[in-house]
Design a protein around this ligand. Structure first.
Ligand SMILES: *[C@@H]1O[C@H](CO)[C@@H](O)[C@H](O)[C@H]1NC(C)=O
Length: 488
């Protein structure tokens, strides 16, 4: 009798699980058909040629940046149904080299939970996603965040773990508890999570586990003393050149002079970490990692001894002129990190040179000379840093006006996007070259060895025009870059 009853319970459990799986795969197929159909309605004018962007709809944070079965995987916060934020899915793209990307089916669809940010690790032969399940509740503050797992054996189809959540709440019970970033050290898996204190100060929590399922809280590895914001999102924690880096996106820092001018910031603290005491000792205080207008929610991964970084090429609460075209948001180009002295250097990944298709300019660019580019370009610009430099970059049919300047008096690099200025001191370590990447609606400027980087969305009409307004001739090499992401 008892056995029969148990068996029936078991059967109905199997049936429920099966039904849920069928429902999810139906929903996934419907979504892919929707994306296929909607793609044809996209206006291509601002579509990026070599940056990852959503096929349709909205994109924000990068997620699950990892290397699995011979390819890089990148997931992203995705809302397919409108060009604005909505219940979060995980979009998915893969690449052999961090430059050429091809889309895969949407990896996670929301059910009772929205699928907020998280990371991916390879355990045995399985790609494991750990992400924040954001659920709407009917009591204050009307949401709850817990951590879920999902698994894939082929890197394409993901099944959510039946035993979710694996991390039901923060030690202080605060509902802001998100963005798990997992890594392995020795026998243990570790995860850092963004959260806050009861009196609204951002903090990062550290846990460990032997199986990714049962987790032990270890320590708070970083916490705002008040001036560093009310919430720390998207923490990442890794070793670089013998130091430990706590990289995160604090919300609620007040602007100070040239610093912290965006809605929210992304930056890092350099320090040392002890795996016995779980204590992180900061040695260099918080610095922004990119000084442009549109940069947030970084995530890194290590492969072949290199530390690679990707970020959302966007910002909260700013306009996205492409949203009327059927999409909004993108990723930056992929960067490689290095640490020299008190600063992280950020360079485009090596493989970016494989995009160079045609040399458009190679030689002196005299005062008032103009370089015409189509939708894409890479420029290597060298000037005499004892004099002013001024490059005007704008749409060939108007729009997209941005001025890049060097002022030798204050030794600052300036990115002036229609009067909205970002600027920072630059002390070249070696190279004095500016490396500028232009895509159909973006600009990225890497100074020298990557001491100073700016990432900003800019919207030209037509192609690009680069004018030398400096009181000196500049040495310039300019390339047209090929496409490395699918056409809309
Ligand atoms: C969130 O949900 C988890 C799992 O159901 C529960 O343990 C936790 O208490 C909830 N937290 C809040 C703040 O509602």
């Amino acid at each position: 009798m008892a056995f029969t009853k148990l068996f029936v319970v078991f059967l109905s459990l199997v049936a429920t699980v099966h039904l849920k799986t069928v429902k999810q795969s139906d929903a996934k197929a419907e979504l892919e058909a929707y994306i296929e159909e909607k793609k044809s309605e996209i206006n291509p004018r601002y579509r990026l040629h070599y940056h990852v962007a959503p096929p349709v709809g909205w994109m924000n944070d990068p997620n699950g940046f990892s290397y699995y079965k011979g390819e890089y995987h990148l997931f992203y916060q995705f809302y397919p149904y409108e060009s604005k934020w909505g219940p979060m899915h995980w979009g998915h793209v893969v690449s052999p080299n961090l430059v050429d990307w091809r889309p895969l089916p949407t990896a996670l669809l929301p059910e009772e939970e929205m699928c907020f940010s998280g990371s991916a690790v390879v355990k045995d032969d399985t790609l494991v996603l750990m992400y924040t399940a954001h659920e709407i509740t009917d009591v204050e503050p009307f949401f709850n965040e817990t951590q879920y797992l999902a698994f894939s054996d082929d890197g394409v189809v993901f099944e959510k773990y039946e035993g979710n959540p694996v991390l039901p709440s923060a030690p202080n019970g605060n509902p802001d508890f998100r963005d798990p970033k997992v890594w392995k050290h020795g026998d243990h898996w570790y995860v850092v999570l963004g959260s806050k204190t009861d009196d609204e100060r951002g903090r990062v929590l550290l846990y460990r586990s032997l199986d990714l399922i049962s987790w032990e809280f270890l320590s708070v590895i970083g916490e705002s003393t008040g001036e560093m914001g009310y919430m720390w999102e998207c923490p990442d924690f890794f070793k670089l050149k013998g130091k430990h880096i706590l990289l995160m996106s604090p919300q609620g820092m007040t602007p100070q002079g040239d610093r912290y001018k965006n809605t929210h910031q992304t930056g890092y603290i350099i320090g040392s970490f002890n795996y016995e005491t779980f204590e992180f000792v900061p040695e260099v205080s918080f610095q922004e990692i990119d000084f442009g207008h549109d940069f947030y929610a970084t995530q890194t991964t290590e492969e072949d001894g290199n530390r690679y970084l990707i970020a959302w090429f966007g910002m909260w609460d700013v306009p996205y002129p492409e949203d009327v075209d059927g999409w909004a948001g993108a990723m930056t180009i992929f960067r490689e990190l290095d640490l020299v002295g008190n600063r992280i250097l950020m360079k485009p990944v090596e493989a970016m040179t494989s995009l160079r298709e045609e040399t458009v300019w190679d030689g002196k660019l005299a005062e008032n000379d103009v370089i015409q580019l189509d939708k894409t370009g890479e420029l290597l610009v060298t000037g005499d840093l004892s004099q002013n430099i001024e490059l005007e970059i704008k749409g060939s049919n108007g729009g997209g006006q941005v001025s890049l300047r060097w002022d030798p008096q204050v030794r600052k690099v300036v990115v002036d996007r229609e009067g909205d200025v970002r600027q920072v001191e630059w002390l070249p370590l070696g190279s004095e070259v500016w490396r500028i990447f232009l895509d159909a609606s973006s600009l990225e400027l890497f100074c020298g060895e990557g001491e100073v980087v700016f990432s900003s969305r800019v919207y030209p009409d037509g192609g690009w025009q680069v004018v030398n307004l400096s009181p000196q001739a500049l040495d310039v090499v300019a390339y047209k870059l090929r496409r490395s992401v699918p056409e809309p």
